[in-house]
Ligand binder design. Structure first.
Ligand SMILES: Nc1ncnc2c1ncn2[C@@H]1O[C@H](COP(=O)(O)OP(=O)(O)OP(=O)(O)O)[C@@H](O)[C@H]1O
Ligand SMILES: [Mg+2]
Length: 358
């Protein structure tokens, strides 16, 4: 607006100060008034365009009447010019208003389209996620049924074998050579029972027990259990946890199962001299456990796969370890995430929300 006012003042000064004998200069100045008129109309629309044209007409009129002081007819061109100011100011203002309205309308339509697109995208993402969950749930349901019947079928003969082994053991009395085979039988039966239990842990949704366990004590007992292997491989264990107990919403058996699996995986991945690092962060609402080891890590595209039942890269592995860990943690309203950098290591982050437990 300031530029428009400056232009009007400058042009008007030209008109009033330059004598009318400089006929050609006045011709130019008269037309220069179109600049502020057009500027106002294009920038601010009809009202401003017309108003500026009107003001200019008012400023210009005394100049025509008094300074040119000719007859009405000889000043007709100049009066005509005043009419043109008003016409151009008004018309170009109208035009600019219409263009602005159209532009606003297009912008609104574009915004609506963008919102609709975002909504659609969100819905399709949700559907994909739901489908993924349903497929997972489907698989788990089938696995659950299969496992329950398999466990039933397998456990009964296992019980008989164990019984037979015990009878054989009794018959051997203290004959060590005779005891060797029934003992192997009994041990293998125990191992098979453990495998069946593992399958059941994944397939069943563990019932909420409301129990809590001190995670530090659970971890200490696990490291005691795998102590011989840790020493054999010369693995360093670094811990960074509070001095006071930290409760997580799991039974002791479940907590030990979770951390034994993580510890065994770490030991399997580490070469002699490697390190396991455990950090526990406790706040009012969460307990966060970072379980890391500086082994070879895993490629990024396998990060999700390692939790899938039966996924293993080990010759003797069942691929159920991490599936059990995930199932147990999630059934206790916790979450488990994994991050890894090749050749730098891997970190499992378990988050529990003790207050959410019902
Ligand atoms: N700390 C780790 N470092 C590198 N790879 C790992 C680690 N933990 C798990 N993995 C990878 O994830 C796979 C799946 O682990 P998971 O514990 O489910 O089964 P597993 O250890 O192979 O078999 P199982 O637990 O029955 O002995 C492993 O075979 C291994 O390739
Ligand atoms: Mg494992």
């Amino acid at each position: 607006m300031a530029l428009i006012l400056i232009l009007i003042i400058a042009i008007s000064i030209g008109h009033y100060l330059i004598p009318t004998t400089h006929h050609h200069l006045h011709e130019i100045f008269r037309r220069l008034y179109f600049f502020p008129i057009l500027l106002a109309a294009l920038q601010y629309g009809f009202r401003s365009g017309f108003l500026i044209a009107f003001i200019i007409s008012l400023i210009y009129l005394p100049h025509v009447v008094f300074q040119w002081s000719g007859s009405f007819l000889s000043n007709l061109v100049r009066f005509n010019e005043i009419l043109l100011y008003l016409l151009i100011g008004g018309l170009s203002g109208l035009l600019s208003d219409r263009t602005r309205k159209e532009r606003d309308r297009y912008r609104d339509v574009a915004e609506e389209l963008d919102q609709a697109y975002q909504k659609l995208k969100q819905q399709s993402d949700q559907m994909a996620e739901l489908e993924h969950q349903l497929r997972g749930a489907d698989r788990m349901a089938v696995l659950g049924e299969l496992t329950a019947s398999l466990a039933h079928e397998v456990r009964n003969p296992l019980g008989s074998i164990k019984g037979a082994a015990d009878i054989l053991k009794k018959r051997c009395k203290s004959d060590k050579t005779c005891l060797e085979f029934p003992q192997i039988l009994a041990d293998e039966v125990d191992r098979l029972n453990q495998v069946v239990d593992n399958y059941l842990t994944i397939a069943r949704h563990p019932a909420a027990s409301g129990e809590t366990t001190n995670v530090i004590a659970a971890l200490e007992s696990i490291f005691q259990l795998v102590g011989p292997q840790i020493r054999k491989q010369n693995i360093q264990i670094q811990t960074d946890w509070p001095d006071s107990p930290v409760s997580i919403p799991m039974s002791e058996v479940e907590a030990r199962q979770v951390f034994l699996n993580l510890a065994l995986n770490a030991l399997a991945a580490l070469t002699p001299g490697g390190m396991i690092h455990i950090q526990i962060l406790k706040s009012d609402q969460t307990v966060i456990i970072h379980f890391s080891n500086n082994g070879p890590g895993i490629p990024e595209n396998q990060l999700e796969t390692i939790f899938t039942p039966f996924y293993t890269t080990k010759k003797e592995g069942t691929g159920l370890g991490l599936a059990i860990v995930k199932r147990l943690v999630e059934s206790r309203t916790g979450t488990i995430e994994v991050e890894s950098q090749m050749d730098k290591g891997i970190t499992f982050t378990l988050t529990f929300y003790p207050k959410k437990i019902t």
